[in-house]
Design a protein around this ligand. Sequence first.
Ligand code: NAP
Ligand code: 8YV
Length: 322
Amino acid sequence: MAVSQRPALLQTISLLPSLERKLAETYDVHHLPAAGAERDALLAARGAEFVGLVTSAGSGADAALLGALPKLRVISSFGVGLDKLDLEAARKRGLPVGYTPDVLNDCVADLAFALMLAIGRRIPEGDRYVRAGRWVEKGAPPFPFGRQVSGARLGVVGLGRIGRTVAKRAGGFDMDVRYHSRRPVEGVAWQHEPKLVELARWADFLVVITAGGAETRHLVNAEVLDALGTKGYIVNVARGTVIDEAALVRALQEKRIGGAALDVFEREPQVPPELFSLDNVVMVPHIASATVQTREAMGQRVLDNLAAGLAGRPMPSDATAG
Ligand code: NAP
Ligand code: 8YV
């Protein structure tokens, strides 16, 4: 194989076609095969050639992969979540880690509201009712009432970049907002609730938007769900791991909470099959940042981070900085 003069990049996963085209214009891009003999052979033969690793929040990069890339100078990840990326290993090697914060705040906050409205106002259930011809069916029970979203109590779990955007949106819905995080956030008017279980007891809607990873695993457990109770609805746009999914399935089956609207799952794309037949849950396939506009902006940030890192300049968004 001819030796390219362009910086060699390893890409762990398929990305936006426009981003892949732009990467290929500037870099010598190689795709990492899925786990197995082919992947091992590529890393053993060519691992020392790669100066850049392009990955995504969903794909990440573990210590073994980073260890197989001894000449790596930068990592650039498509997405803001870092739960699948070994940030500590990157830090130890002084590798800048590009990611895409802020450009997706609006889009994720929009989906949180779409999900709140979908579960509260029973929109997918109403759609199924109309399509099944039940509206015109003689003797069919009337479509049940929903839960008003405007004016309701909103508990935001994790008042970071996205959580703040969700809380801001709630002003337009005249909602009463409180939040839970490990530390109170300075300079915001919303009330901090140090105990998640108390926030759940108070809230009509609980929007989960913390970071993922070991520290938040099963933060929302059976006790929190019982505190939310039948008056409450949970929306998860963070990571599936933040909620104890088995406890959530039980709470939904036993109708111990009002409902759930989920963008993320513990073992996605696998979803607990028990949820398929339940009307008190709305599910979408991890689409919170998936609009043309936001994905293009994320792609541009991936390119900008990469170019800056390889040129030895500070990245626009470096997860190891600060
Ligand atoms: P961020 O600004 O870092 O905010 C994370 C928030 O989580 C902070 O408020 C932090 O507050 C809180 N938190 C962390 N650990 C906690 C704990 N143990 N208990 C309570 N709160 C905790 O991140 P962001 O940009 O808003 O993004 C948040 C997450 O959303 C990402 O990490 C990603 O996993 C997820 N996300 C999902 C999608 C999607 O497609 N569904 C899209 C984008 C992002 P303290 O540190 O003060 O506790
Ligand atoms: C994307 C996300 O779905 O940014 C994140 O953390 O979860 C989403 O925006 C992800 O980047 C694609 O892997």
